[in-house]
Write a protein that binds this ligand. Structure first.
Ligand SMILES: *Cc1c(COP(=O)(O)O)cnc(C)c1O
Length: 426
């Protein structure tokens, strides 16, 4: 698509945007003067779907009027409530319904998955992650190694960009797999890297690693709701994601987990168990012999927080109404390409973009390195905030900007770049 500068062009893009109406589904934060923020921070906390309040209120009302009976005879009974989220979650990640479950939080699920899928032997005991992994993932992996008596110095293989580069090269990952493959038990990588915004070729990497007998997990915190996924067909072993970023389900809301069917059906796989993972027919016999549900639900521990699941249901219903990830990705690619176009045209001398230029190698986020006339990167970021832009700052020198197709408009992107341009020239 050929972009033009000027606000009229931004408005024209908004006019022809088939998803424009979805912005009204969300509460956009306002500034003290009542004007709307330019919210480009959906990669950190997605905005509130207005209907989340109704969905949560319904559950509060049920609790008030039905008490414990809310588990059974009513609309959306609590007992199977998590099941109402399976179909739409599965659609978002390209899974069969029995391969996904909404439970716990992201880091907890990473641990639960590693309990099952990281089973080191004397020969095969190493874990591959990226050098710049999200700290929680790094801590989780390192503690799993130590838990099994493996020294991270020996057992942790860190993928680094080449000297002077920011992005991971696929050929370097392939070379590591080739070189060390026989000693690697698990490869845990992000779908979209949180800092650079790089989208990794998950299908290709999964095939490479599994060819060497390596178990493959993905952290999809920055991928789910951002890019289309095909976890089942890609043959990924497991994946975990949180729901409060691009899934707009509220701060700290319950996370999601994928276990490929070829594992999920194996009820003998070792795991940490709890009663919610036990066979539903016999769960309430309260017997001591654990029998796993032969789906991803078999990894559940506890009965889930319903108010949080209600918010997730509200959000997932919007994804379904929008037609799923295909139309969203379509708009997302345009929004981000337009952002890139304006950045180059208006502030090219001050800003470099570390996110890949190729749309196939990124989601909606662009990560910007800033070198303004007088302001430091941090001061520039503050200037953006003072002028009603919400985006985020990551040490040492990156501003992350994430235009989201469900609630951002092309005009938001235009106005963001105008504000950035003024600040850069200060
Ligand atoms: C956001 C994020 C987390 C956060 O973990 P929680 O357990 O939800 O607090 C972890 N890993 C990655 C890659 C993230 O982007």
């Amino acid at each position: 698509m050929q972009f033009e500068s000027g606000i009229d062009f931004a408005r024209k893009l908004d006019d022809i945007d088939p998803l424009a109406r979805f912005q009204q589904e969300f509460s956009i934060p306002t500034r003290p003067d009542g004007s709307r923020e330019i919210y480009l921070c959906g990669n950190s906390l997605g905005l509130q779907p207005k209907r989340a309040r109704d969905y949560i209120t319904q559950e509060l009302d049920k609790w008030a009027s039905l008490g414990v009976k809310g588990h059974f005879d009513c609309d959306f009974p609590w007992m199977p409530y998590h099941e109402f989220l399976s179909e739409s979650s599965a659609a978002l990640v390209g899974a069969q319904t029995d391969e996904v479950v909404v439970m716990n939080s992201l880091t907890v699920n990473l641990h639960l998955m590693m309990v099952t899928f990281y089973r080191p032997t004397r020969k095969r005991y190493k874990i591959v992650i990226e050098d710049h992994a999200f700290p929680s993932d790094h801590y989780a992996v390192e503690s799993q190694l130590r838990h099994h008596g493996v020294d991270p110095q020996d057992g942790l293989l860190l993928l680094k960009p080449r000297e002077g580069e920011e992005l991971l090269r696929i050929e370097d990952i392939a070379a590591l797999i080739e070189r060390e493959g026989d000693s690697i038990a698990l490869m845990l990588l992000p779908g979209v890297q949180y800092y650079t915004g790089q989208l990794l070729p998950m299908a290709e990497l999964t095939q490479l690693a599994r060819g060497k007998g390596i178990c493959v997990g993905f952290d999809l915190a920055h991928a789910v709701g951002n890019i289309p996924l095909q976890l089942h067909d890609w043959n990924v072993d497991f994946a975990c994601w949180c729901s409060y970023k691009y899934l707009n389900s509220g701060p700290g809301s319950v996370a999601g987990c994928f276990v490929h069917r070829r594992h999920a059906q194996d009820t003998q796989l070792p795991r940490f168990a709890g009663w919610w993972g036990h066979d539903k027919q016999t769960r309430f016999r309260m017997e001591n012999r654990f029998q796993a549900i032969p789906t991803a639900e078999g990894w559940q521990l506890s009965n889930p927080p319903i108010l949080s699941l209600a918010a997730i249901r509200a959000s997932l219903d919007i994804f379904t109404e929008a037609g799923g990830m295909a139309p969203l990705r379509d708009k997302s690619e345009k929004l981000t390409a337009y952002l890139q176009f304006l950045l180059k045209a208006e502030v090219g001398e001050f800003i470099s973009i570390i996110t890949p230029e190729d749309p196939e190698q990124r989601g909606c986020q662009l990560s910007l390195c800033c070198d303004a006339r007088h302001l430091s990167g941090r001061a520039l970021f503050q200037r953006l905030e003072e002028n009603g832009v919400t985006c985020d700052w990551r040490e040492p020198n990156v501003i992350r900007v994430a235009p989201v197709p469900l609630y951002n408009r092309f005009e938001d992107v235009y106005r963001f770049v105008e504000i950035l341009k003024t600040a850069c020239n200060e």
